[in-house]
Write a protein that binds this ligand. Structure first.
Ligand SMILES: [Ca+2]
Length: 242
């Protein structure tokens, strides 16, 4: 995984070139996206349990020394379920956001995980961002725009770039090995993956659906393929704030 001749730290972070204050989400105004536009739409995973999933295609060219993954989910599941599954050939839990029960999230990097206890959902949308930094092993977990106490794992690790990235199922092998009773049922939207740790301002911007930095996976221009019983529908209501 480390043999690709990539210079660590080659990705500029926090260079201050991203403009602030563009508070209103706006549809794309320039060239049309290559994939169906998911602006203000959701994936509805209709079945429970389910064998359905969505494959995401990311523009990943080099291993990740830092990353942030964000998404918004709405479910009444109380059983374990996967929210974001990034598997490599060497490690099926390379990046995994998993909810084993309503009051707990698990965040995996390279097969190891940290646990974040959360209030049991009030049957509302939950927005989650999780980030990880190789140099320190620090893992951040943000729920609905608020940071949880930071934890640490996998200091010095590198996340491999050749990955199967799935929503709806938890992979136990590259692109497969599903347990239907770990599947997601409900609604998912606003899925993003960056190759940087987001600043606190951008973590909050993700929660509020404000303008965000360019991403490896960005919801409005998501390249995806639906496998099975998943339907793209407009959002029924905004999930902001209250
Ligand atoms: Ca797994």
């Amino acid at each position: 995984m480390l043999e690709q001749g990539v210079t660590p730290g080659g990705t500029a972070e926090g260079s201050g070139t991203v403009r602030e204050g563009c508070g209103t989400p706006q549809p794309p105004t320039t060239s049309p996206p290559l994939s169906p536009d998911l602006y203000r739409k959701v994936f509805v995973f209709r079945k429970d349990p389910s064998d359905a999933y969505v494959v995401l295609r990311a523009r990943l060219e080099q291993p990740l020394h830092n990353f942030t993954v964000c998404l918004r989910s709405y479910t009444d599941l109380s059983r374990p379920h996967s929210l974001f599954s990034y598997a490599t050939k060497a490690q099926d839990n390379e990046i995994l956001l998993f909810k084993p029960k309503p009051e707990e999230y698990r965040f995996y990097v390279g097969g190891k995980f940290v646990t974040f206890r959360v209030p049991e959902s009030r049957r509302d949308w939950e927005h989650v961002c999780a980030s990880w930094e190789s140099a320190t092993g620090i893992a951040e977990f943000w729920l609905n725009g608020k940071p949880w106490p930071r934890k640490g794992l996998q200091r010095g690790y590198t996340v491999a770039a050749t990955a199967a990235i799935l929503l709806g199922q938890e992979q136990d092998s590259f692109g497969g090995g599903f347990d239907l009773y770990n599947s997601f049922s409900g609604e998912l939207t606003d899925v993003y993956l960056w190759d940087t740790g987001l600043s606190p301002d951008k973590m909050r911007a993700a929660f509020l659906s404000l303008r965000l930095p360019p991403a490896l996976l960005a919801w409005k221009s998501l390249s995806y393929e639906v496998k099975g019983d998943v339907v793209v529908k407009p959002r029924l209501r905004e999930a902001l704030g209250a």
